[in-house]
Design a protein around this ligand. Sequence first.
Ligand code: HAM
Length: 424
Amino acid sequence: MPKKLQSPSGMHDIFGSQYDYFQKVREVVFKNAEIYGFQGIETPVIEDTEIFTRGTGKFTDIVEKEMYTFKTKGGDRVSLRPEGTPPIMRAFIQHGLYTKPQPVKFFYFAPYFRYERPQAGRYRQFWQFGFETIGRGGPVVDTQVIVLVYNILKELGIKNVVTEINSMGDEKCREEYKKALKKHLKKQSSRLCTDCKRRVEKNPLRALDCKKCLEVKAEAPQILDHICKKCCEDFRRVLEFLEEVEIPYDLNPFLVRGLDYYTGVVYEFFARSKKSGEEEFLALGGGGRYDGLSAALGGEERPATGAAMGVERIVLLMKKNGEVYEKEKPRVFIAQLGDLAKKKSLKLFEELKKANIPVAEAFGQDSLKNQMSRAAKLEADIAIIIGKEEAAEDKVILRDMDSGGQEKVKTSEIIKEVKKKLKE
Ligand code: HAM
């Protein structure tokens, strides 16, 4: 027996209602991106692996455990992109966008790849939308990205969003914090899990992400007590701006995000829900300032800030909330019988479209009964029926789908008559 062929584990086909939900998210993202002055960008799905080892960070879970990395036939070491931020910075540097009016603001809606254990809301190919502002920064730019994402979630009907926020300091002041944290972790070494024991030397901040070492984390020094005056001031201003635009936030002194490039403010959006009486938090996305990424990838120093959101997780919530994505309903359905009628229907379909009248058809169907039940299912207001007789007479039947009343109309008068009936 030949093997049953299926999509790879953790990777999904998107069609039917799932596609419609994706389309809704896409529409809202594209609309808001335009309002806030972001231009679209598509980068290759595959990049030089170094983009991520130097960008995302060599000792992050993403790079250490989750990347699809392989050698090309030409011997290049490449990876399926696990995230969009380093590739977009690579594009900024490669195309010398320093000379364009700053900041350069990019948005994207694209698939990403992480070799994780598949489960609800966690896939190996997943979609993100995101926003990156490169070239000019500051608390107001950070805040605007948060506002933009918050507004998108609101427009999509996502309720109970919790925005957690923290500052990770810049590369210099974070070093001070890392020393203090290392000291604490070393003292508590016997209470740490194996992963965290290893992390202490290489990347102690990751221990703050650990779900197993919660007690040690709770007693750890807080980063806000160690960051410099400038980072403190920037952070205070982001909070002040958020209050100004009435975006609620929760301070989380241990929020460090799982990527190495952040400097300054970081934040994460969670959806809060209850399962068997327990509060659950689903990470919808996050972001922050990453002023060091340009230089890490070989470019000139440039401030930058951005955020990315998981589309599948947002869709999961839209469905859970009973948020129904209503596609535009066709107002008119064309039903046909016979070859000549099919030919006339094709032309009529184009004319109705040109007149901006939402129209549907089932040209592949020959049974009139099946076509009429399709028209009813689609909740069309009017059915235009072209049978053999009508096609020969150059007429059509207009049927009111609600009342069942119908009349014959000359082909040349259809658009006028349909418009009149739709107004009634
Ligand atoms: P991230 O937190 O790694 O950030 O990913 C953002 C969101 O992508 C997550 O909160 C989650 O909703 C979604 N996501 C991540 N992994 C998976 C998965 N395996 N399955 C389903 N959804 C997933 C970034 O990627 C940064 N590039 C964000 C950023 C942009 N920072 C600055 N600019």
